[in-house]
Design a protein. Structure first.
Length: 351
């Protein structure tokens, strides 16, 4: 019997909730099964490494914005604020086309030398899903000599970094460089005007949520802005980013930017906090056109290659976090599939 209209969506919503919860551990395998599993597992990594090339999202040189962020000389630097002592506004000297451009720099500090990893993981997730709301970002090592020259005229900052910068054995400091604006074109080098929009109890966010819940285009709807809003909901849910309170809204471009992503991929998520993200996703009736296909491609192997490949010390997230990401991905696919079954692919994958 075919479920009544809307029943599939209720099933999908239940799947989202279940995806956020823990699962009972499986029964322990028998000795023979365990021995067989060890044999297979020992051979699997080498075989899989031979078959799978690195994800294209890791090819920084292929992207003009990330290439500039990685290689362009730093010309000037200023602290964003002492409330965020490792974050700086910088000017880089772009090579193509030549000229100065604004960017942001987050230096690793001894108090939390790997803080940049969550933001970088969030940017890679957005890139893998083809999402536009997260500015380009790259990991970069900067020599202490270069930093000393940059801060030569700012004694307070230079003295602070001399005490707190996490200097590696080779005399470099790990850093995250990210673009001021979004996209892979000229907009990435423009400081966005606008203001922050609170996701709870603000007129703008309530309007976006109303658009998202409408099966058909709402009067006055901005479809590009709606796609940005849904990208935000999807990314925060997948990454367990439960601490985001606001997004930056570019008044001129009418676009959303997610610039504060340091709390993404936490080691543990309070289910009650995750329920807030679920409550925003459940009513959504339309999604970006390529989202379903991108989620299907982001299986556990792809996610591991993207976020936790190479030596342990280079992993951006933990194996447990990858499991959580995969469970949420499957739950989100269930919701989208239910919407498609109810209304058809053309009507649902319409943004």
């Amino acid at each position: 019997m075919i479920p009544p209209d809307g029943a599939l969506a209720r099933i999908a919503a239940a799947a989202l909730v279940l995806g956020a919860c823990g699962r009972d551990p499986p029964d322990p395998p028998s000795a023979n099964a365990a021995s067989s599993a060890v044999t297979v597992a020992s051979a699997a990594p080498a075989a899989s490494a031979e078959k799978r090339p690195p994800p294209k999202e890791l090819d920084v040189e292929a992207d003009p914005v990330r290439r500039e962020l990685l290689h362009a000389p730093l010309a000037s630097v200023s602290l964003v604020g002492w409330h965020r002592p490792g974050l700086f506004r910088v000017t880089i000297e772009r090579q193509n086309p030549p000229g100065p451009a604004p960017a942001l720099l987050q230096l690793a500090l001894t108090e939390n030398p790997i803080a940049y990893r969550r933001s970088l993981a969030f940017e890679r997730l957005a890139r893998a899903l083809g999402m536009r709301v997260v500015p380009a970002a790259v990991f970069r090592r900067i020599g202490t000599g270069e930093l000393g020259a940059l801060f030569a005229g700012q004694r307070d900052l230079r003295d602070y970094l001399a005490l707190h910068a996490a200097v590696q054995n080779d005399g470099t400091v790990d850093a995250l460089m990210f673009a001021a604006g979004r996209g892979d074109g000229p907009g990435a080098w423009a400081l966005p005007a606008g203001h922050d929009v609170t996701l709870d109890h603000s007129l703008e966010a309530e309007t976006w949520a109303r658009w998202a819940a409408s099966p058909d285009p709402h009067p006055g709807e901005n479809s590009s802005l709606l796609a940005d809003y849904i990208e935000t909901l999807v990314l925060d849910y997948l990454a367990g980013h439960v601490l985001r309170r606001s997004v930056h809204f570019d008044d001129v471009a009418q676009a959303i930017l997610l610039t504060d992503n340091a709390a993404a991929f936490p080691s543990k998520v309070d289910p009650r906090a995750l329920d807030v993200l679920l409550s925003r996703l459940r009513p959504v009736t339309r999604f970006p056109r390529g989202l379903q296909k991108a989620l299907l491609a982001l299986d556990r192997d792809h996610a591991r290659d993207l976020l936790a490949s190479g030596p342990f010390e280079t992993w951006l997230v933990s194996p447990r976090t990858l499991v959580d990401l995969d469970e949420r991905r499957k739950s989100l696919l269930t919701l989208i599939s239910a919407r498609v079954a109810e209304r058809g692919e053309v009507a649902v994958l319409a943004l």
